[in-house]
Design a protein around this ligand. Structure first.
Ligand SMILES: Cc1cc2nc3c(=O)[nH]c(=O)nc-3n(C[C@H](O)[C@H](O)[C@H](O)COP(=O)(O)OP(=O)(O)OC[C@H]3O[C@@H](n4cnc5c(N)ncnc54)[C@H](O)[C@@H]3O)c2cc1C
Length: 287
């Protein structure tokens, strides 16, 4: 009999969230992290007493009732996070090499339109259309809205459109098009390849609200880790999974770098390196 219901590979936000949800539901979970520091892209480093984030450095959707706020309440960390709200009139500054002017993305949809309309006064209506469509696209994703919904998202008109074509279809001024697409590097967006819905989901979260973690994003890891342990979950660092072993399409166990073998009923891999998991079976999930 395996000791664990679920073994989770990777202690980034995805792994910790999975571990929290499952342990809260009474499953016996084990999180395995190959590095010393837990948290993946939540890790920080310090130079001359200054804290630097390696990944997550600002967070959206944290105002009351918004999606991440509800998630973080569920994880039991919302009221413990040390947060500061970013500038309402400018959480992101878009700059161009050939232009002395800076352009700002503001929080709140009305404010977003109002602030950019100061720089592009004749494009107010286009900005209204852009923001309306962004919200409409997000509405097609029930999980993002924390809504139960059977509506299939596949086949909707928005899945086939790329970000660049979409922006150009609603906004005529090329500079304003670039300003709206200016935050694409956040998610390695490529205007001609990145689907509109990726742009919409990311843009929406920060326009809804933008916060920074005072003293870095590692506090998210520390708080969720504490709550997983309180639920009876286990977390191990220096535990690199090097092999996922299956029999008849079902993963039976995994092996760590030092040869240790760990069995479980189910496995979740949050590692991006799928090539290392050629034998992933029916009981392994990639969130
Ligand atoms: C540079 C950068 C900046 C970002 N900025 C922001 C931001 O400002 N705001 C925002 O909301 N999001 C931001 N993101 C995105 C956000 O950080 C990620 O979406 C999120 O943290 C990813 O979590 P994850 O669990 O999927 O993966 P990761 O954080 O990558 O975690 C995966 C974990 O798995 C471990 N692992 C991998 N292989 C193994 C193995 N074989 N055995 C054991 N452990 C293993 C890794 O060591 C790692 O700890 C940023 C991302 C990056 C890279």
């Amino acid at each position: 009999m395996s000791q664990y219901d679920v073994v989770i590979i990777g202690s980034g936000l995805g792994g910790l969230e999975s571990a929290y949800i499952l342990s809260k539901e009474g499953y016996k979970v084990l999180v395995l992290e190959k590095n010393r520091q837990l948290g993946g892209s939540l890790q920080i480093f310090v130079r001359d007493k200054a804290i630097f984030d390696t990944g997550i450095h600002y967070i959206g959707g944290l105002d009351d009732g918004q999606n991440l706020n509800q998630c973080f309440k569920y994880f039991g960390i919302m009221d413990k996070l040390n947060l500061i709200k970013m500038d309402m009139n400018g959480f992101d500054k878009i700059s161009f090499g050939d232009d002395d002017k800076d352009y700002w993305h503001a929080q709140g949809y009305d404010n977003f339109i109002e602030q950019l309309s100061k720089d592009f006064p004749t494009h107010h209506n286009e900005l209204k259309t852009y923001t309306k469509l962004i919200q409409e696209v997000c509405n097609y994703f029930p999980l993002y809205q924390l809504r139960e919904d059977d509506e299939p998202i596949l086949g909707t008109k928005y899945l086939d459109v790329n970000t660049k074509d979409f922006i150009a279809s609603v906004v005529s001024n090329p500079r304003l098009q670039s300003v709206l697409g200016g935050s694409n590097p956040l998610y390695a967006g490529d205007g001609e390849k990145t689907p509109l819905y990726v742009h919409a989901l990311v843009a929406n979260t920060y326009i809804e609200s933008s916060y920074k973690c005072i003293d870095g994003g590692a506090q998210i890891e520390r708080l969720i880790t504490k709550n997983i342990k309180a639920n009876g979950g286990e977390i191990r660092n220096y535990a690199e999974v090097t092999k996922i072993v299956e029999k008849d399409g079902i993963v039976t166990h995994i092996e760590l770098k030092d040869g240790e073998r760990i069995e479980a009923k189910n496995f979740i891999s949050t590692s991006k390196r799928r090539a290392e998991h050629p034998s992933a079976g029916r009981n392994i999930q990639h969130p």
